[in-house]
Design a protein around this ligand. Structure first.
Ligand SMILES: *[C@@H]1O[C@H](CO)[C@@H](O)[C@H](O)[C@H]1NC(C)=O
Ligand SMILES: *[C@@H]1O[C@H](CO)[C@@H](O)[C@H](O)[C@H]1NC(C)=O
Ligand SMILES: *[C@@H]1O[C@H](CO)[C@@H](O)[C@H](O)[C@H]1NC(C)=O
Ligand SMILES: *[C@@H]1O[C@H](CO)[C@@H](O)[C@H](O)[C@H]1NC(C)=O
Ligand SMILES: *[C@@H]1O[C@H](CO)[C@@H](O)[C@H](O)[C@H]1NC(C)=O
Ligand SMILES: *[C@@H]1O[C@H](CO)[C@@H](O)[C@H](O)[C@H]1NC(C)=O
Ligand SMILES: *[C@@H]1O[C@H](CO)[C@@H](O)[C@H](O)[C@H]1NC(C)=O
Ligand SMILES: *[C@@H]1O[C@H](CO)[C@@H](O)[C@H](O)[C@H]1NC(C)=O
Ligand SMILES: *[C@@H]1O[C@H](CO)[C@@H](O)[C@H](O)[C@H]1NC(C)=O
Length: 564
């Protein structure tokens, strides 16, 4: 015992030191729908981490998120920020558009390579390669180099001789000319362990081995990360005995669907893994925020495959000095939206459109209407490939409050403006001011209407609309959407100058309506819209006092923590 004591003390001290040297890392690292993350660490840009996430039909697309500490994030830029770069968004599928991106940095240039999925309406090659030498400037991203990608999820890898390789899903590799997009002969590297959808490939070179990392099992509850390696880039790749290297499949964890990973190092050389995950529990029915971005630490010993920590809401991870000192546009993520659309201001950089917007449909502080966002209605928001009059931000918090003031005096029957929780054109919940024929007076009267389109994972019929006549309400109406728990949204309206006493609570509706269904790869947006509902209305709506405040994040069964 006496002789053991120094040893035990040593073990204890080492454990304490290790514990002291660790941070607690919370997931999702970037909450809200941020799918298919791909991350790099760039010493040349002031030791900054950059990650890209997929955006499907939402524009601006391909956000580049920047951080110094993997905790505080700011938008660096959008690689796809101008309609002229890629106008071909007229595809009908609600889950089409910009699929997974691989983000890489090589000899001073940032590369964001992706695949545009469409219903056949896109006449051009689907592989898109965007480049920039300044990731903090939208305008510095050029038009994409197009390439005939044989599959989704293209990866970029440079071998030691400088030759670049593109590897698409099903691990189909070829050399790629980064100027012309021309591809060399294709070779298939590995089928994975035999699960479906071997996709999301990334290649790394370490200790004389080429490591191939892929996702398998589909991006649902069977999602896994598996690896293989080879001494030669084109094979033969031998799968790792310890596969999968990362998954939450067949567990009862709150975080599910863990997969589509990427590996990167920090300044100290410690390894990290980015991946997507869904906060759904094993039931996997209620997950309005869809596939979110998580980060977990890894150790990668020389000559071995990496060991990745399983994804949890709270993890012990490599210590990084905390820093909010990161460049970029807009606020540190998690800062509440307090948008007043002051004259001369731009539309805030975190606000998003569905396909490219009609520029004439959104006007900040139009003449005579300072401190408003004017929305010109689209004929419909539920159908068609034309721009729709919808402006949103991501739901980024389990519990949150979103509100806008809406000044709208409808003239034509059925024209409507309001606040929405929106997953796709086929699945959304709208709280609108709408002109309806009053049953009592038989005359057109403004009404509040809470209306659901589609039903997603609700598993029953679409709930019927709730209608409330507001003939005496004058001036802007505050429309509020609040998530008081993780399963429901509550919709309410307050007249101008009204107090809590005047609130009309239209109802609460389940978040399963905006989970799954026609938007299996994306997540809920909250925002404002104006529509003629296929009628003839063209009345302008004026939105003001846009507010979004995150309240809490659920990070495990029964565990809520304040939003970050
Ligand atoms: C610190 O984090 C690393 C990376 O996850 C892990 O391997 C190690 O066990 C952690 N140490 C402690 C004491 O938790
Ligand atoms: C969609 O856009 C492409 C150009 O990108 C065009 O060739 C095609 O005709 C359009 N399809 C429809 C249905 O508008
Ligand atoms: C993958 O599976 C297909 C179909 O069985 C087979 O033709 C192909 O050779 C396999 N590829 C590799 C790299 O093993
Ligand atoms: C997951 O795998 C199980 C077992 O193979 C299968 O029954 C289930 O349908 C799969 N789920 C999904 C969403 O792919
Ligand atoms: C790697 O390529 C070389 C040259 O083509 C070949 O001789 C060798 O057998 C290959 N090794 C493996 C593991 O495939
Ligand atoms: C979390 O709660 C769900 C029910 O909502 C349950 O199925 C699951 O087993 C729980 N997981 C843990 C780790 O307790
Ligand atoms: C008028 O009554 C019908 C039948 O009850 C109902 O469906 C409709 O929503 C009512 N319209 C308004 C504006 O309240
Ligand atoms: C969640 O909130 C809704 C709306 O207030 C309520 O109907 C439901 O019972 C709540 N669920 C739980 C588990 O408290
Ligand atoms: C508008 O018309 C289109 C085409 O008929 C239809 O798909 C869509 O559901 C309609 N929108 C509304 C709000 O009824």
């Amino acid at each position: 015992m006496v002789r053991l004591l120094p040893y035990l003390l040593g073990v204890l001290a080492a454990a304490l030191l290790a514990a002291a040297a660790n941070n607690t890392h919370l997931n999702p690292t970037i909450p809200g729908w941020h799918s298919d993350p791909s991350c790099i660490f760039v010493p040349e840009w002031d030791d900054t981490f950059f990650c890209a996430t997929s955006t499907f039909l939402v524009t601006p697309g391909m956000p580049i998120h920047a951080s110094k500490d993997l905790v505080h994030w700011r938008l660096a830029s959008h690689a796809l920020n101008r309609q002229t770069q890629w106008p071909h968004y007229n595809t009908t599928g609600q889950s089409d558009g910009i699929f997974a991106i691989t983000l890489r940095f090589h000899e001073g240039v940032f590369y964001a390579i992706t695949f545009f999925a469409s219903d056949g309406s896109n006449p051009l090659p689907p592989g898109l390669l965007f480049k920039t030498t300044d990731p903090f400037d939208d305008a510095a991203w050029g038009d994409p180099v197009l390439f005939q990608s044989p599959n989704i999820d293209p990866d970029l890898f440079w071998d030691d001789d400088g030759v670049p390789y593109m590897t698409a899903a099903q691990s189909i590799i070829s050399t790629i000319d980064l100027e012309t997009g021309a591809l060399g002969p294709a070779t298939q590297l590995w089928n994975g362990t035999g699960e479906r959808n071997p996709e999301g490939p990334h290649i790394y070179k370490k200790d004389g081995w080429y490591y191939l990392l892929i996702a398998e099992g589909g991006t649902e509850v069977n999602h896994t990360v598996t690896m293989a390696r080879s001494r030669n880039i084109t094979g033969t790749y031998i799968g790792f005995d310890g596969n999968p290297v990362l998954t939450n499949k067949d567990t009862d964890e709150y975080f599910q669907t863990v997969g589509h990973a990427d590996l990167f190092q920090d300044a100290a050389g410690d390894w990290w893994v980015s991946a997507l995950a869904t906060r759904s529990g094993p039931e996997w029915t209620n997950y309005p925020m869809g596939r979110e971005m998580v980060i977990t630490p890894a150790t990668w010993t020389k000559g071995e495959f990496p060991v990745m920590s399983p994804v949890r809401g709270s993890e012990s991870a490599w210590k990084l000095p905390m820093s909010e000192d990161v460049s970029g546009t807009g606020s540190i993520y998690g800062t509440p939206d307090v948008f007043d659309f002051a004259p001369g201001s731009a539309i805030p950089s975190n606000l998003l459109f569905w396909r490219w917007p009609d520029a004439n449909s959104f006007t900040v502080s139009s003449p005579g209407h300072p401190n408003t966002l004017r929305i010109r209605p689209s004929p419909d928001i539920n159908s068609g490939i034309n721009p729709i009059s919808l402006i949103t931000r991501l739901q980024t918090d389990t519990l949150f409050e979103f509100s806008i003031d809406v000044a709208f005096e409808p003239i034509d029957l059925n024209e409507e403006a309001g606040a929405t929780v929106f997953l796709t054109q086929a699945q959304h919940i709208d709280l609108g001011i709408v002109l309806l024929s009053d049953n009592a007076s038989n005359s057109p009267t403004p009404h509040l209407r809470l209306r659901t389109t589609g039903s997603g994972n609700l598993g029953t019929a679409t709930p019927p609309p709730v209608i409330h006549s507001i003939p005496t309400w004058r001036g802007p109406v505050t429309l509020t959407i609040r998530a008081n728990n993780d399963t429901h949204y509550t919709f309410s309206a307050t007249p101008q100058g009204g107090t809590v006493h005047d609130d009309v609570v239209l109802g609460s509706l389940p978040a399963t309506i905006v989970s799954g269904g026609t938007g299996p790869f994306t997540g809920a947006l909250v925002g404002a819209y104006a529509t003629a509902n296929n009628g003839t209305g063209t009345t302008l709506a004026y939105i003001s006092r846009w507010r979004y405040t995150g309240i809490a994040q659920q990070i495990d069964n029964n565990t809520f923590v304040p939003s970050w």
